[in-house]
Design a binder for this molecule. Sequence first.
Ligand code: TA6
Length: 317
Amino acid sequence: MGHSAAVWDYRAATEVIKDWNGTDKVVLRNPQGASARVSLRGGQVTSWRNEQGEELLFTSSKAIFKPPKAVRGGIPICFPQFGNCGSLEQHGFARNKIWTIEENPPPLNPNDSHGKSFIDLLLKPSEEDLKCWPHSFEFRLRVSLAADGSLTLISRVRNVNGKAFRFSFAYHTYLSVSDISEVRIEGLETLDYLDNLCHKQRFTEQGDAITFESEVDRAYLSTPNVVAVLDHERKRTYVIRKEGLPDVVVWNPWEKKSKSMVDFGDDEYKQMLCVDGAAIEKPVTLKPGEEWTGRLELSVVPSTFCSEHFDLKSGGF
Ligand code: TA6
């Protein structure tokens, strides 16, 4: 009789620790050795490592881990406002709030838990928040790590208010790359974008894949649900799948802007690229009792595998 494979206890693979400044942080692990870390400060994923222990997300060596400054790296959550397009602080307040762990959230699709290590976080507005954004909401965030090492973030925003409200949103994803000049993005060709370096003027992306040789700060509109970021030097491709997030923000501060940011190293722009699943152009409107879901799945495949087998249009292998 064959030996039964030891069953991996996913609950045990979810551990809550305190980080160096006393903030609770959740560590997720999978049987193959991959891991992810989620800080309760901002519900921010601060680390995502593959089976070899290699860090897949960028965090600046100059990142400031003291509130109110948001941590420069990982995946900050921009809510209820993206950027400075509104009356709130840049990128909203959610990334600066302490979230709580929710033991029994309303159920998700069983596939979102089966064979995954996961944690459920909850954010509700404080009295202070309601003064600057007078809308009662419940923001549920599930972060999960699958057996294949892929990382999924599922945001559910419920309007528990008496009247409708609108918000914009982004998963501000700092990808770690080998050399920005060796990176290309596939899936955004020929799409319109709002250029944040040109007063949000609207342009249409020319040619084929996007490459980088200067500062880029754009919101691509009505994008496909799958985008690929190819890092040639590392022979690695980030596959970004998303739902409920029609836009994609692409940001690299390049040299000059890097020097102007206190929490960013002068040359660090060479090792990072932000590619954010977002809902910006058409803010999400929720009537009382309604709920919005924004889903982001990040996976990594060897570039060779990707170009031979991956069809962006179908989003499948
Ligand atoms: O995502 C692009 C962007 O809005 C840029 O304009 C840049 O400001 C970046 O976000 C970082 O914002 P932060 O508030 O984290 O400094």
